[in-house]
Design a binder for this molecule. Structure first.
Ligand SMILES: Nc1ncnc2c1ncn2[C@@H]1O[C@H](COP(=O)(O)OP(=O)(O)OP(=O)(O)O)[C@@H](O)[C@H]1O
Length: 220
């Protein structure tokens, strides 16, 4: 359940400007990596490239043997369903469904029997302190953020991408989420890559990559 990321000669353009030009980047499994950088520096775009939601202009994005830069969209979607869990900045929850049914969406999409995953979905929601409600629409933004995180973890993915996972949380909930992300990497050998402006989350990470002028710079 581990995945090793290797980027080579990655280039991604926005119109006629180059947003990224990354000669090489190696992210072994078992690390909690945080992407930092000013607003607009490309953190979300890089997460989307690493998750195969976008294709780069050039270069390779290898997760073990799968080069997402070369795979057609359907194969990238398949890779993501099997290997990745995503927490988007705007959560992408289904407002009319309950929290637990939202968490079960990856099981439905993967054509796995959701009944078998219900207990895990409930356990994840309890771990993150999300109240049981009939509809996600009535939850606070912070509660919705934790539902999105539980959904990302349901299928025990090798890779977790999280865009600003603590942005809507108070410091106590943010610390819980941060320690869960750290444990997923350190104790379970998963790859966790988050984008964040949150100093507490950034301080927890194993590795900090600061995006500056299209380059990820290692920060101690
Ligand atoms: N679909 C798009 N079309 C055109 N430009 C885009 C698109 N998506 C992002 N951009 C531009 O790419 C740049 C990087 O955006 P991105 O959202 O990746 O930055 P970010 O570092 O995540 O910012 P923030 O911290 O504010 O979330 C910005 O200049 C943004 O305007």
């Amino acid at each position: 359940m581990a995945a090793h990321l290797r980027l080579a000669d990655l280039r991604h353009d926005l119109g006629c400007e180059t947003l990224f030009s990354i000669a090489a980047l190696d992210v072994p499994p078992g690390q909690f990596t945080v992407l930092t950088g000013p607003s607009g520096s490309g953190k979300t775009t890089l997460l989307h490239l690493l998750a195969g939601l976008l294709q780069p202009k050039a270069g390779s994005i290898r997760w073990d043997d799968a080069d997402l830069a070369r795979l057609p969209e359907a194969a990238r979607d398949r890779w993501r369903r099997r290997r990745a869990g995503l927490v988007f900045q705007d959560f992408h929850l289904i407002p009319e469904l309950s929290p637990v049914d939202n968490v079960l969406v990856p099981a439905w999409l993967g054509a796995f029997r959701a009944g078998r995953h219900r207990a895990r979905a409930q356990e994840l929601l309890a771990r993150f302190g999300v109240p049981e409600r009939a509809r996600v629409a009535v939850l606070s933004r912070g509660e919705q953020q934790r539902v999105a995180l539980a959904r990302a973890l349901l299928m025990q993915p090798a890779v977790i991408f999280a865009d600003e996972p603590t942005a809507s949380l108070d410091s106590a909930s943010g610390a819980t989420v941060g320690h869960v992300l750290l444990a997923l990497a350190r104790d379970e050998g998963r790859s966790v890559i988050a984008a964040s402006h949150d100093p507490a989350l950034i301080a927890l990470a194993d590795r900090r990559l600061h995006l500056m002028r299209g380059q990820p710079v290692e920060v101690a």
